[in-house]
Design a binder for this molecule. Structure first.
Ligand SMILES: NC(=O)c1ccc[n+]([C@@H]2O[C@H](COP(=O)([O-])OP(=O)(O)OC[C@H]3O[C@@H](n4cnc5c(N)ncnc54)[C@H](OP(=O)(O)O)[C@@H]3O)[C@@H](O)[C@H]2O)c1
Length: 305
């Protein structure tokens, strides 16, 4: 199986490159400058040349706060770019798997969101991602839209890495305690994307495998409790740790509003695609262990240099 993935150094694309290599799946990562989703028409022919079995639309404008001031650029990358990719997938007669977000919801529901719940994004990022979902769905029926959330990994920028970095210099961190969600490992997302792609290719006429699915780690937590778990595991492994002071969203104003409840219900993904996502604590442990081992390796290399 050959998957063309958009982006080069993002969390999910990096995880796909790694997980694909262990599962005999060829991953071709394509990003700027060859494929700029802000101007996709100039790079689309390169995708056709690769002759992929499926397209994975993982790249996005992901700076949630900056998007409030760069709405046009976010719209081009998150909505028009995926629209062009989905149209190409239709023309090539291959499936497209498009990554989306919990931020399509406003967070007012008191229980986990299911795929059919009313969307109502609170900010530009969520609105442009929702526009991307709709554009993909209208360009081709042969799609799977996977909404994920709270992504972390050993790669790129994410909450888990930020917490560990800050804990090495500060004794106490203020962390929001009134937003709840499902921390999700990019490596677990990669495994799920590969499984979904295999299912779509194995059963080209099976409509129920297509559509929108929620894809998050198992279990929910607040950002403050996620930070506490990160520090508890890090301390057990000999890494940095800090005290967590619980604060409210109103005490940490940001340009973009975030949903108070980001929890996504993954029952449909499990029943249709046979995917059970690992619990967030075990994947958090694996990520921290790997980051700390990497830091140790780097120290050893510096000693021997
Ligand atoms: N991170 C989260 O917490 C989160 C939560 C919910 C949903 N999601 C969704 O999950 C998907 C993967 O997220 P992620 O965490 O892997 O994101 P990420 O680490 O922020 O990476 C974003 C990727 O998009 C690429 N990109 C940005 N602008 C581009 C452009 N104009 N043309 C081509 N590529 C461009 C980046 O390219 P470079 O490699 O050149 O920088 C990078 O590879 C996205 O669709 C995102 O919306 C993420």
């Amino acid at each position: 199986m050959k998957l063309l993935v958009t982006g080069k150094a993002g969390q999910v694309v990096t995880a796909l490159i790694e997980r694909g290599a262990t599962q005999g799946v060829e991953i071709v990562a394509m990003g700027r400058p060859e494929l700029d989703l802000a101007n996709p028409q100039e790079g689309l022919f390169r995708i056709a040349v690769v002759k992929p079995d499926a397209i994975v639309s993982a790249a996005a404008y992901t700076s949630v706060d900056k998007a409030e001031a760069e709405a046009d650029l976010a719209e081009r990358i998150n909505a028009h770019g995926p629209a062009a990719l989905a149209q190409l997938a239709g023309e090539l007669d291959i499936p497209i798997i498009h990554l989306s977000t919990d931020y399509v919801f406003d967070g007012s529901k008191l229980s986990p969101y299911v795929e059919t719940d009313q969307t109502n994004p609170l900010g530009v990022y969520g609105a442009t991602k929702l526009a991307g979902e709709r554009a993909v769905a209208s360009a081709t029926d042969n799609h799977a839209i996977l909404r994920t959330a709270w992504v972390y990994s050993p790669f790129g920028n994410n909450f888990l890495k930020t917490m560990l970095k800050l804990a090495s210099t500060r004794p106490e961190l203020r962390v929001v305690d009134d937003q709840h969600g499902n921390p999700t490992s990019a490596l677990d997302i990669a495994d799920a994307v590969i499984k979904v792609a295999g299912n779509l290719l194995a059963r080209p006429d099976h409509q129920s495998l297509r559509g929108t699915f929620h894809l998050t780690g198992t279990g929910e937590v607040s950002w403050a409790d996620f930070a506490l778990e990160i520090f508890a595991q890090s301390a057990r492994l000999g890494g940095p740790s800090a005290n967590v002071r619980r604060i409210s969203t109103v005490d940490y104003p940001t340009p973009a509003k975030r949903p108070a409840n980001s929890q996504l219900d993954t029952t449909k993904l499990h029943s249709v695609h046979g995917i059970t996502m690992p619990d967030w604590q075990s994947s958090t442990h694996n990520t921290i262990a790997r980051l700390l081992a990497g830091a140790e390796d780097q120290k050893m290399e510096e000693c021997h240099a």
